[in-house]
Design a protein. Structure first.
Length: 135
Protein backbone atom coordinates (compact mmCIF):
# COMPACT_ATOMS: atom_id res chain seq x y z
CA UNK A 1 0.00 0.00 0.00
CA UNK A 2 0.93 3.61 -0.33
CA UNK A 3 1.75 5.87 2.56
CA UNK A 4 1.52 9.61 2.84
CA UNK A 5 4.49 11.73 3.98
CA UNK A 6 3.74 14.95 5.83
CA UNK A 7 6.03 17.55 7.39
CA UNK A 8 5.36 19.00 10.83
CA UNK A 9 7.05 21.68 12.91
CA UNK A 10 7.02 22.08 16.70
CA UNK A 11 8.11 25.24 18.55
CA UNK A 12 8.50 25.16 22.33
CA UNK A 13 9.77 28.04 24.40
CA UNK A 14 10.49 29.29 27.90
CA UNK A 15 9.98 32.94 28.75
CA UNK A 16 11.29 34.75 31.84
CA UNK A 17 10.21 38.32 32.53
CA UNK A 18 12.10 40.69 34.84
CA UNK A 19 11.12 44.26 35.65
CA UNK A 20 12.60 47.14 37.63
CA UNK A 21 10.91 50.44 38.27
CA UNK A 22 9.08 52.69 40.66
CA UNK A 23 5.63 52.18 42.16
CA UNK A 24 3.58 55.01 43.66
CA UNK A 25 0.79 54.42 46.15
CA UNK A 26 -2.24 56.70 46.61
CA UNK A 27 -4.40 55.82 49.61
CA UNK A 28 -8.03 56.97 49.53
CA UNK A 29 -8.57 56.02 53.16
CA UNK A 30 -7.22 53.33 55.51
CA UNK A 31 -9.02 50.62 53.49
CA UNK A 32 -8.64 51.43 49.79
CA UNK A 33 -5.98 52.72 47.46
CA UNK A 34 -4.47 52.78 44.02
CA UNK A 35 -0.95 51.96 42.81
CA UNK A 36 0.74 52.97 39.56
CA UNK A 37 4.18 51.96 38.38
CA UNK A 38 6.53 52.28 35.44
CA UNK A 39 10.00 51.11 34.53
CA UNK A 40 12.18 48.86 32.40
CA UNK A 41 11.57 45.20 31.68
CA UNK A 42 13.87 42.50 30.35
CA UNK A 43 12.59 39.30 28.73
CA UNK A 44 14.70 36.17 28.30
CA UNK A 45 13.29 33.78 25.70
CA UNK A 46 14.74 30.39 24.78
CA UNK A 47 13.24 28.42 21.92
CA UNK A 48 13.48 24.87 20.61
CA UNK A 49 12.24 24.54 17.03
CA UNK A 50 11.96 20.99 15.64
CA UNK A 51 10.92 19.75 12.21
CA UNK A 52 9.56 16.25 11.63
CA UNK A 53 8.77 14.07 8.68
CA UNK A 54 5.76 11.86 9.41
CA UNK A 55 4.83 8.73 7.43
CA UNK A 56 1.09 8.06 7.69
CA UNK A 57 0.55 4.33 7.20
CA UNK A 58 -2.73 3.65 5.30
CA UNK A 59 -3.20 0.23 6.96
CA UNK A 60 -3.85 1.86 10.31
CA UNK A 61 -0.73 0.45 11.92
CA UNK A 62 1.84 2.60 13.70
CA UNK A 63 2.74 5.99 12.21
CA UNK A 64 6.48 6.58 11.79
CA UNK A 65 8.14 9.89 12.63
CA UNK A 66 11.62 11.03 11.60
CA UNK A 67 13.21 14.04 13.31
CA UNK A 68 14.76 16.14 10.53
CA UNK A 69 16.40 19.07 12.34
CA UNK A 70 16.19 20.89 15.65
CA UNK A 71 17.49 24.38 16.42
CA UNK A 72 17.86 25.92 19.86
CA UNK A 73 18.31 29.66 20.37
CA UNK A 74 17.88 32.25 23.11
CA UNK A 75 17.89 36.02 23.39
CA UNK A 76 17.27 38.95 25.73
CA UNK A 77 14.86 41.76 24.88
CA UNK A 78 14.57 45.06 26.73
CA UNK A 79 11.49 47.28 26.84
CA UNK A 80 9.33 49.27 29.20
CA UNK A 81 6.19 48.73 31.24
CA UNK A 82 3.41 50.63 33.03
CA UNK A 83 1.03 49.07 35.50
CA UNK A 84 -1.89 50.09 37.68
CA UNK A 85 -3.71 48.30 40.49
CA UNK A 86 -6.51 49.05 42.89
CA UNK A 87 -6.61 47.41 46.30
CA UNK A 88 -8.91 47.07 49.28
CA UNK A 89 -7.73 46.14 52.78
CA UNK A 90 -10.15 43.65 54.34
CA UNK A 91 -8.37 44.12 57.67
CA UNK A 92 -4.88 45.19 58.76
CA UNK A 93 -3.30 41.94 57.45
CA UNK A 94 -5.34 40.86 54.37
CA UNK A 95 -6.03 42.80 51.17
CA UNK A 96 -7.45 42.07 47.71
CA UNK A 97 -6.22 43.71 44.49
CA UNK A 98 -6.84 43.84 40.77
CA UNK A 99 -5.04 45.61 37.94
CA UNK A 100 -3.32 45.51 34.59
CA UNK A 101 0.17 45.88 33.11
CA UNK A 102 1.12 46.92 29.58
CA UNK A 103 4.62 45.97 28.46
CA UNK A 104 6.57 46.69 25.27
CA UNK A 105 9.08 44.53 23.46
CA UNK A 106 10.10 43.51 19.97
CA UNK A 107 9.66 40.39 17.89
CA UNK A 108 11.54 37.08 18.19
CA UNK A 109 12.40 35.08 15.06
CA UNK A 110 13.88 31.60 14.91
CA UNK A 111 14.71 29.58 11.80
CA UNK A 112 14.88 25.87 11.14
CA UNK A 113 16.21 25.44 7.60
CA UNK A 114 13.47 26.99 5.39
CA UNK A 115 10.96 27.06 8.28
CA UNK A 116 10.50 30.20 10.33
CA UNK A 117 8.61 31.09 13.51
CA UNK A 118 7.83 34.69 14.57
CA UNK A 119 6.67 35.67 18.06
CA UNK A 120 5.48 39.28 18.41
CA UNK A 121 6.19 40.90 21.77
CA UNK A 122 5.31 44.39 20.48
CA UNK A 123 2.63 45.03 23.10
CA UNK A 124 1.80 42.63 25.90
CA UNK A 125 -1.14 43.10 28.27
CA UNK A 126 -1.34 41.29 31.62
CA UNK A 127 -4.39 41.27 33.89
CA UNK A 128 -3.78 40.38 37.51
CA UNK A 129 -5.94 39.86 40.59
CA UNK A 130 -5.35 38.29 43.93
CA UNK A 131 -4.92 38.83 47.63
CA UNK A 132 -2.07 39.84 49.88
CA UNK A 133 -1.21 38.77 53.39
CA UNK A 134 1.05 40.84 55.65
CA UNK A 135 3.15 38.96 58.19
Amino acid sequence: GEGEVDAMADFRSSLYNFKAGSTYNVSFNKYAGFQVGAGLNAVYLSGRFSAYEVLMNPTGSETLSNNLTTTEEAEWQVGGYVDASAYYNLNERVSVFSGAQVQSGSSYTQYNEERKVDVDFGTQVFIHAGFGIKF
